[in-house]
Write a protein that binds this ligand. Structure first.
Ligand code: NAI
Length: 345
C-alpha cells in the first residue's frame, strides 16, 4: 500500500499535480490537504477510474488538527506546494515571510505523524524552506536527510527544453544528459551542459551570446511566467509536471520496479552532510555549503547515493564561476531558513 499526501492540494500547482498522481498506478491512496477546497478537489478527482482512493482533508477552523493528522497518517510520500506564489516584481526570497511559517508548521505535523515519509518541498523559497524543514525535523529527533528533497526539477525541465530548442534535439532525449545544480532561484541555479559527449559536441556550436542567453533563461525562466500571468501567480502547470516527474521517481523506487541503473537520476536540493560522501563534497568543492542540488540516485524512497558533479561530470571554468556566485546566494538563504527555526519556540 502506497499513500501519497499533497499539502496545498487545492492550489495552482496542487490541483494538476494531484491529477497526475491520481493517474499513477503505484498510488493506492491519495490524501489531499488544503485549508480551502480540499474536499471539492478530492470529490472531483475521485471520479477518475484509476486505482488510487482519493480523500479530502480540510480543517473546519484554525484549531482543527484532525484534518492534517488524518491526511498524513501512514503516508509514504508527502508533497508540499502550500503557500503563496510570486507576483510581478517579487523574487522568491520575498515569499519567505509568509511561506516560512507555513512550511514550519506543516513539517512539524509530518514529523509527528509520518516521520518515515519521503518529503518533497515545492514551496518557495526552496533554498530556505528545505533548511527550515530539516531544522524542524532535527528538533523532533526524526530528521532523515536521505528523505528530504527540495524540488528543483523545473530547472532541469526548463534547461532540457531551452537547450533542445537551441541545438535542435528533442528535449526528451536530454533528460539526464544535462544537469542543473546549485539552488532554486536566480543565479543560484547552475546548468551544466557538457556532461554528455554527444550533447557537448552539439552545444559547442552555440555562440557565446546564445550560451549566455540560455543560462539566463534557465535561471530566470520563472520570471517569464510570472510576467505573462500578470499578477495571477507563477508557474503552475509546468511545475506540476516537474513535481510529478520527481515524485514518479520516488514512487518507482518505492515500488522497487526499476533497477537503479535503469533510472535516470533526477536532481534535488538536499542536505549534504547527511549523505554518504556528502560532507566531503561540501568541504572540498562548495566552501562548506550544507545544502546543494545534485543528481540523486534513489532506492526504496530514499537517496542511495548522489553524483558528485565535480568528480563525475565535466564542469567548465565558466560553470565553476557560476557555482561560486551560486554559493554566495545559497549561504544567505540557508542561514535565513536555519535561523528562522532556531529562533522559534
Ligand atoms: P497557490 O496560491 O495557487 O496555491 C497554494 C495553495 O496552498 C492554496 O490552495 C492555499 O490554500 C494552500 N495553503 C496555504 N497555506 C496552507 C497551509 N498552511 N496548509 C495547507 N495548504 C495551504 O500557489 P501555487 O502557484 O500553487 O504555488 C505554491 C508554491 O509553490 C509557492 O510558494 C510557489 O512559489 C512555489 N513554486 C515552486 C516552484 C519550484 O520549482 N519549486 C515553481 C513554482 C512555484
Amino acid at each position: 500500500m502506497v499513500k501519497v499526501t499533497v499539502c496545498g492540494a487545492a492550489g495552482g500547482i496542487g490541483q494538476p499535480l494531484s491529477l497526475l498522481l491520481k493517474l499513477n498506478q503505484n498510488v493506492d491512496e491519495l490524501a489531499l490537504f488544503d485549508i480551502v477546497n480540499a474536499n471539492g478537489v478530492a470529490a472531483d478527482l475521485s471520479h477518475i477510474c484509476s486505482p488510487a482512493k482519493v480523500t479530502g482533508h480540510q480543517p473546519a477552523n484554525k484549531e482543527d488538527k484532525l484534518a492534517i493528522t488524518s491526511a498524513l497518517t501512514n503516508s509514504d510520500l508527502v508533497i508540499i506546494p502550500a503557500g503563496v506564489p510570486r507576483k510581478p516584481g517579487m523574487t522568491r526570497a520575498d515569499l519567505f515571510n509568509i511561506n516560512a511559517s507555513i512550511i514550519r508548521d506543516l513539517i512539524a505535523n509530518v514529523g509527528k505523524t509520518c516521520p518515515n515519509a519521503a518529503i518533497l518541498i515545492i514551496s518557495n523559497p526552496v533554498n530556505a524552506t528545505v533548511p527550515i524543514a530539516a531544522e524542524v525535523l532535527k528538533k523532533l529527533g526524526v530528521f532523515n536527510p536521505k528523505k528530504l528533497f527540495g524540488v528543483t526539477t523545473l530547472d532541469s525541465v526548463r534547461a532540457e527544453t531551452f537547450l533542445g530548442e537551441l541545438i535542435n534535439e528533442p528535449p526528451k532525449s536530454l533528460k539526464g544528459k544535462i544537469s542543473v545544480i546549485g539552488g532554486h532561484s536566480g543565479d543560484t541555479i547552475v546548468p551544466l551542459i557538457n556532461v554528455n559527449s554527444t550533447i557537448s559536441a552539439k552545444s559547442s556550436k552555440i555562440t557565446p551570446a546564445q550560451y549566455k542567453e540560455f543560462v539566463h533563461r534557465v535561471q530566470f525562466g520563472g520570471d517569464e511566467v510570472v510576467k505573462a500571468k500578470n499578477g495571477a501567480g507563477s508557474a503552475t502547470l509546468s511545475m506540476a509536471y516537474a513535481g510529478y516527474r520527481f515524485a514518479e521517481s520516488v514512487l518507482d523506487s518505492l515500488a522497487g520496479g526499476k533497477t537503479n541503473t535503469s533510472v535516470v537520476p533526477e536532481t534535488s536540493y538536499v542536505y549534504l552532510p547527511g549523505l554518504p560522501n556528502g560532507e566531503e563534497l561540501s568541504k572540498k568543492s562548495l566552501n562548506g555549503a550544507t545544502y546543494f542540488s545534485v543528481p540523486v540516485i534513489l532506492e526504496k524512497g530514499e537517496i542511495k547515493s548522489f553524483i558528485n558533479p565535480f568528480d563525475s561530470l565535466t564542469i567548465t571554468e565558466n560553470e565553476k564561476q557560476l557555482v561560486s556566485v551560486a554559493l554566495n546566494g545559497l549561504e544567505k538563504s540557508i542561514a535565513q531558513g536555519t535561523n528562522f527555526v532556531k529562533g522559534s519556540k
